[in-house]
Design a protein around this ligand. Structure first.
Ligand SMILES: NC(=O)c1ccc[n+]([C@@H]2O[C@H](COP(=O)([O-])OP(=O)(O)OC[C@H]3O[C@@H](n4cnc5c(N)ncnc54)[C@H](OP(=O)(O)O)[C@@H]3O)[C@@H](O)[C@H]2O)c1
Length: 284
């Protein structure tokens, strides 16, 4: 048995077998598609005619979304459930794609989460899980699929955050993980542009999704003026990505919020963000 089939036997992944000798089909892979921004990106890419593969841990939610996309008259996306936070999650997913005869031409690295709290108080294992998903899995997927993406002159859309432009007392590991995503994306944008590959970081401000609940964050933690719907963020992200932009920050107020930390002295920015976290903690 091949090693990829052994992965399948050990995991929850269902294999679609491609006919022997058939040419791999180019697809757009969207991670974290079972909810929130990822689901909205799936609608957006499907409505522009992309052939999709959706992945996340919750298979029933992915299938419901795939059915809803098909009901709108688009091709039904393939669904491959995978836990990308686990050491073999990305390898399992890549093996399932290969066996199905699918070649990733567009990679949307959207799966991610954060936690609100002081680094010293939060569970260390949960904080490391942020790095595993937001950084290790994103990088692993990117490195594995770059050859196919380059061959197809496709692209990589990484969902970062406005957090990627500043340190974040109260969400320190999450902010650091998104700083990494912005930096990696900008460098890849530069490296791959001569190959005709689009690489873009979508950097939303607050979006009402399941994110806050998982982060342990009250819904009014951020000012309402910064908030954007997942559908709007996905639309602006798709348009900016297709236009070849390096960074997309949806919303004028969010663009200011990402510009100020680059213009003002670092100590001033950090002092303000630290004061904000101190005030939030006092409110409880
Ligand atoms: N919402 C915001 O305010 C906001 C702002 C800026 C940036 N972002 C970023 O936007 C991205 C999407 O967040 P969202 O707001 O849409 O959050 P969300 O509603 O919580 O969705 C997160 C998605 O990631 C998937 N996921 C979580 N852990 C996973 C794992 N171990 N393996 C595979 N998939 C996993 C979830 O699916 P399963 O649970 O089914 O696995 C879900 O589909 C994240 O990268 C986030 O950092 C969010």
């Amino acid at each position: 048995m091949s090693s990829s089939l052994q992965y399948a036997a050990r995991s929850r992944i269902h294999y679609y077998m491609s006919p022997p000798g058939s040419t791999p089909q180019p697809v757009c892979l969207i991670t974290g598609a079972s909810a929130g921004i990822g689901a909205a990106l799936a609608y957006e890419f499907a409505s522009h005619g992309h052939t999709l593969v959706l992945t996340a841990r919750r298979e029933p939610e992915l299938n419901t979304l795939a059915d809803a996309i098909a009901a709108r008259g688009h091709a039904r996306p393939r669904v491959i459930a995978a836990d990308l936070g686990q050491p073999e999650g990305v390898a399992n997913l890549a093996a399932a794609l290969q066996h199905a005869g699918l070649d990733v031409s567009i990679l949307v690295n959207n799966a991610g989460f954060g936690l609100l709290g002081d680094v010293a108080q939060l569970d260390p294992a949960k904080q490391l899980a942020i790095v595993d998903l937001n950084n290790r899995a994103l990088t692993d997927l990117t490195l594995r699929f770059i050859p196919g993406i380059t061959r197809h002159k496709g692209g990589i859309l990484n969902v970062a955050s406005i957090a990627g432009f500043m340190p974040g007392p109260g969400m320190a590991v999450y902010h650091a993980s998104k700083v990494y995503v912005v930096s990696l994306t900008e460098a890849l944008h530069e490296e791959l542009k001569a190959e005709g590959v689009k690489v873009c970081a979508l950097c939303p401000g607050p979006v009402p999704t399941e994110f806050n609940n998982r982060a342990g964050m009250p819904d009014d933690y951020f000012p309402q003026a910064l908030s954007r719907s997942a559908g709007r963020v996905a639309r602006e992200g798709y348009e900016g990505f297709m236009a070849g932009h390096r960074i997309v920050v949806p919303g004028g107020a969010n663009r200011v919020a990402t510009l100020l930390p680059r213009l003002l002295p670092r100590g001033l920015v950090l002092g303000f963000l630290g004061w904000r976290w101190w005030r939030a903690r006092r409110r409880g």
